[in-house]
Every structure is written in structure tokens, then in C-alpha cells.
Design a protein around this ligand. Structure first.
Ligand code: F1P
Length: 338
């Protein structure tokens, strides 16, 4: 079996370690966040998109300011990122060796003296040493260049951090249901994703999501590019009506990551795009093309959007004669800022 496919299908095993480690280590990382007046999340590529989703969720659950920024922006344009007050930094990197993320951490430490929490899959790489504390999810490690199980397990870590920091025991208790639910949900999602991936009538993809789901829509869009070399863009849900909708028509697939809170407005956008000739696919807890039916609270459902979208990108790559285990032009670690 392809290593990428195997890593996608077995990712729920890594979710378990992510939840356990985040809870066990909370005595170490929680005080670092509790003393901060705002929290920055940073990463590059997939882990930048993870930072966008994580910061949104953190702010909405804890009511404390949080922002996700690319590592390169913190490293090179720190004055546009750092504000007054006492920040804490959460640096996310599968490899723990990405140049911009390491430079971002060093810049942050030099400028603010604030604490750094690393989320990574490799304890032996520089990020874990540079940070004040590290949550290392070893079972999130991948052979594939493209991030799938590492992304979802590191994202769950940030969701667990937000739930714990917000003192939401309803959420921290429910977290433990995620791995078992994932193990039965992912094979089900696979059955729906495969025919969509093989449907080569589509020439372009748009992924729509709001709140924390915007970062996840961005990650889904990146998977489509990295694995299947397809034209693909993410948008905040209602932003799509402000110009990008000119692209809606035959050959366009619009994927909506529906939230519970804004579902009505979001579904209206999808319905309108369908009338304009685009194909639409919706994901959400109930009543969507892919319905989780998880019974989990909404703040914990983010990770459930990922497997079917990773799988669609994977099958599309295969349908196009590409090898998702060896994506074009990519390497697992980028060291542009040494
Ligand atoms: C970040 C990253 C990946 C991307 C590419 C290069 O890596 O940008 O998201 O897929 O392969 O590296 P990391 O800092 O999370 O290891």
C-alpha cells in the first residue's frame, strides 16, 4: 500500500497519543500560557494553516487574544506581529527543523523573552530543544512528504490545549472519544472520498470554511495542490461571494466545511454556487454530503473534516497518474532561513 494512504487511514492511532501527552504534560505548558496576555501560534506550510485553525479555536474557547502567523513573518517582519503585552508562542512543526520556524522562535525569544511551547513529532530536532517545553507526538511521524497524520495529531494537541486552558471539562472528557470514533469514521469517509477523487471532470477546487475551519480549509486546499497538482484555493465561506464566485461553473468543485454556528449562511453560499453550475460537496455533523454523526461537541470536530479531504486529494493524484508518495518539487523539510 502507498505510504501516504496508509498514514491517512491509520491516523486515529496518533490522535490517541496526542490527547494523552497534552493532558499529561499540562502542568508544564499550561502555566506558560496562563501568564501570557496573548498567544501566537506559528508554523510553515501545513503547520502555518494549523496555526490559523488553532489560534481561532484557542481564542474562541478561552476568550484570550490569539493569532496564527507564518514562521517567516515572525522571523522577518516581527514588528508586524508582536504587540504590546506579554505573549507566549506555540511553535508547530512536524520535523522540528524547518528554518523559518526555528528563526521565528529565536526572534520571539530575543524580542520578548516570552515562553515557547513546541508541538512536534521529533524530539531530537532543534525545535524541541529551543523551546521551553515540547509536546512530542512520535506516532504522528510520517515517511510521506505530505503531512496528513502528523497534521491531524498536532491539530488535536492544539484543540486539547484550548479545551484545557479554557477549563472546559466537558471538552477534555469528550476528547477521549475521538480516537475510537476516528477508527470507525475514517473507513466510512474513504468510501465517499474515493469516487470523488477519481472524478476527473473537475479542473479546479475551492475549499470554504469560517472560524477555525478556515485554517483547515486552507490545509485541505494545500493537500489538493501537493498531491494532485490541481488548481485549488481556500476562502472564508462568505468571502467566496465577493469576487471568487466568478469562477463557479462547470468543472468547478466547491467544498464547504460547514460549521454548526453559521450553517444556514454557509449552505446558502453552496446552494447559490450550485445554481451557477458548480458541483458542491459539504462536510459537517449532520445533513451534509459527508456527515460525521459523531455526537462530539463542535469545538472538537475540526479534525473530522481532514481525512475525507486528504483522501480525495490522494485518489485524485492516483487518477491523474501521479505518485502521492513522491510529490513534485517537494521535500519533507525546508531550510530557507538558516
Ligand atoms: C512544514 C512544511 C510542510 C510542507 C512541505 C515543507 O514542515 O512546509 O507543511 O508539506 O513538505 O515543510 P514542518 O515545519 O511542519 O516540518
Amino acid at each position: 500500500m502507498s505510504i501516504t494512504l496508509d498514514e491517512i487511514l491509520t491516523q486515529a492511532d496518533a490522535w490517541e497519543e496526542a490527547i494523552d501527552r497534552t493532558l499529561i504534560q499540562s502542568k508544564t505548558w499550561l502555566p506558560l500560557l496562563d501568564t501570557a496576555s496573548y498567544v501566537l501560534f506559528t508554523g510553515c506550510g501545513s503547520t502555518y494553516y494549523l496555526s490559523l485553525a488553532a489560534s481561532s479555536l484557542f481564542q474562541s474557547l478561552t476568550h484570550r487574544p490569539a493569532r496564527g502567523v507564518p514562521g517567516s513573518e515572525l522571523a522577518l517582519n516581527g514588528d508586524t506581529v508582536l504587540g504590546p503585552g506579554k505573549p507566549a508562542l506555540v511553535a508547530v512543526s512536524r520535523s522540528g527543523a524547518t528554518g523559518e520556524t526555528l528563526r521565528a522562535v529565536e526572534h520571539f525569544q530575543k524580542q520578548t523573552g516570552g515562553p515557547v511551547i513546541a508541538i512536534t513529532t521529533d524530539k531530537d530536532q532543534p525545535l524541541a530543544t529551543l523551546a521551553d517545553t515540547a509536546i512530542v507526538i512520535e506516532s504522528g511521524q510520517e515517511k510521506s512528504v505530505v503531512q496528513t497524520r502528523s497534521f491531524s495529531s498536532m491539530y488535536i494537541t492544539t484543540a486539547a490545549m484550548a479545551a484545557i486552558a479554557a477549563k472546559r471539562s466537558d471538552l477534555t472528557n469528550a476528547l477521549h472519544e475521538l480516537p475510537d470514533f476516528g477508527r470507525q469514521y475514517i473507513p466510512r469517509a474513504n468510501l465517499v472520498a474515493e469516487p470523488i477523487g477519481w472524478d476527473l471532470r473537475f479542473s479546479q477546487f475551492y475549499f470554504l470554511g469560517s472560524g477555525p475551519l478556515y485554517g483547515l480549509a486552507s490545509e485541505a486546499s494545500l493537500k489538493m495542490k501537493e498531491m494532485s497538482l490541481s488548481v485549488s484555493e481556500p476562502f472564508h465561506f462568505l468571502e467566496f461571494r465577493h469576487g471568487p464566485m466568478s469562477m463557479a461553473g462547470s468543472g468547478t468543485m466547491i467544498v464547504g466545511l460547514l460549521s454548526e454556528q453559521n450553517r444556514q449562511h454557509e449552505q446558502a453560499v453552496l446552494d447559490e454556487m450550485k445554481q451557477l453550475g458548480a458541483e458542491t460537496l459539504s462536510l459537517g455533523e449532520i445533513g451534509s454530503t459527508i456527515a460525521f454523526q459523531s455526537g462530539l461537541p463542535e469545538p472538537l470536530r475540526g479534525v473530522l473534516y481532514l481525512p475525507p479531504l486528504q483522501l480525495i486529494a490522494y485518489y485524485r493524484a492516483i487518477a491523474r497518474g501521479l505518485d502521492p508518495d513522491h510529490p513534485r518539487n517537494l521535500s519533507a523539510v525546508v531550510r530557507v532561513l538558516q
